[in-house]
Design a binder for this molecule. Structure first.
Ligand code: TYD
Length: 206
């Protein structure tokens, strides 16, 4: 049976993860692979309820509660969506995973990054993707893209610029500490070029 493959996309809001996920999916489908496109938070039915709390609740959520909500979403998602798809030999393309928790809750929310990572690994019984694509972008440029989009901001998107700088730094540090799992790309490059670089890396893993 064909081996399953798990690819996650990370980066700040507005870095182009959705575009790249769509282009990768199209390419894989054309090669005859079955693809599951999913995301965190909200990749399962339970997850969609959690997503609604973490992104749309008005007012504060205690940092540890927020971290646990993301971890709960992740635990259920990996157990009921990701692992079954990989066991069927499918390709899972996922918008955000535990690196987002480390970057946003760890660096951004002044919780301990190592604890956040361990919490997620406990939640998922140690599940790590085969490849994580980090779309790295200057937060000021991301801001311009989001403004041009004209969508209402969710809780995290409306955080201060300095918060997004910390998140960016945390993602880059994560990538540096696990160079085998990460592919870091400059998200300011044209979408087609980025897609080509991602395909090149995925081709090796298939
Ligand atoms: P995303 O789905 O990319 O937002 P949108 O659909 O609006 O583009 O991500 C939602 C937000 O959740 C994003 O700002 C980052 C945040 N997030 C965390 O803080 N921790 C996490 O563990 C995850 C997965 C996301």
């Amino acid at each position: 049976m064909t081996r399953g493959l798990w690819v996650t996309l990370e980066g700040g809001d507005g870095s182009g993860k959705t575009t790249q996920a769509a282009l990768l999916e199209e390419w894989l489908r054309a090669r005859g692979r079955t693809v599951v496109r999913t995301r965190e938070p909200g990749g399962s039915e339970v997850g969609r309820l959690v997503r609604d709390i973490v992104l749309h609740h008005r007012g504060d959520i205690a940092p540890r509660a927020e971290a646990l909500l993301y971890a709960a979403d992740r635990a259920h998602h990996v157990a009921t969506v990701v692992r079954p798809a990989l066991a069927r030999g499918e390709v899972v393309i996922q918008d955000r995973y535990l690196d987002s928790s480390v970057a946003y809750q760890g660096a951004g929310r002044v919780l301990d990054a190592g604890e956040i990572r361990d919490l997620s690994l406990w939640a998922t019984e140690g599940a790590l993707p085969d490849l994580t694509v980090l779309l790295d972008l200057d937060p000021a440029e991301a801001r311009r893209r989001l403004d041009a989009d004209d969508k209402p901001f969710d809780r995290l998107e409306s955080e201060r610029a300095e918060f997004h700088e910390r998140v960016r730094g945390a993602f880059l540090a994560l990538a540096a500490s696990e160079p085998d799992r990460f592919l870091v790309l400059d998200a300011a490059r044209p979408a087609e070029e980025l897609a080509g670089a991602i395909r090149e890396r995925v081709r090796v893993l298939l």
